[in-house]
Ligand binder design. Sequence first.
Ligand code: SAM
Length: 214
Amino acid sequence: MRLKNVPGSREAIADSVFVIHEPETNKGAWQQVFGNDHEIHVEIGMGKGRFLYEMASLHPDINYIGIEKYSSVLLRAIQKMEEKELPNLRFVRMDAEDITEVFGRDEIDRIYLNFSDPWPKDRHAKRRLPSRQFLARYDEFLKGNGVLEFKTDNRDLFDFAVEEVPEAGWKIKECTYDLHHDDRLMQGNVMTEYEEKFSSIGNPICKYIIYRQN
Ligand code: SAM
């Protein structure tokens, strides 16, 4: 994602009621943030938040948390919430490297990774969000029957991600190399910003759904 430093974005985020500040203080108590016991789904690397906003509109009985590293990107999601607030959607500005400090055991029902940064150099593999190092982090807070869904048009990243699944002790439930021509997996598909952009120029979209083996 091309990042422009948007002046004032840090301040706007610091003041926003839609952003959960000091998120680690909610570890093990995220249901209290939403005031109900509904499932909690998390998108890591949400960008401008189009996917999560639509998901939260479509599924008011599910709570959504969007995690994004950069204030200038997160600002776009906040602006949308200012136009029309959704009570079941909140944001956290953080680097996902620290995610185990924020969510407690069995706290999260579903994780979404959409068009994650590829980090193409081998020596940066552990920074990729579907890497075994990140899957080990997700192990710590995803429910036993929870799933992780990953979409990308980057075939190298997807091949890497598929290889990481058994290495991390997870299993593939569903997998396609051309989501938009897979009628079954397309049911209920909500497009992300990047998905819209890359599918419109003809790139096939890969997707898997994985779960923990134990
Ligand atoms: N998910 C969106 C989509 O599909 O349109 C955005 C995709 S964009 C390529 C990847 C986003 O993930 C960027 O906004 C980036 O800042 C964020 N990101 C990458 N690594 C991250 C990390 N370690 N923690 C939090 N956010 C991260």
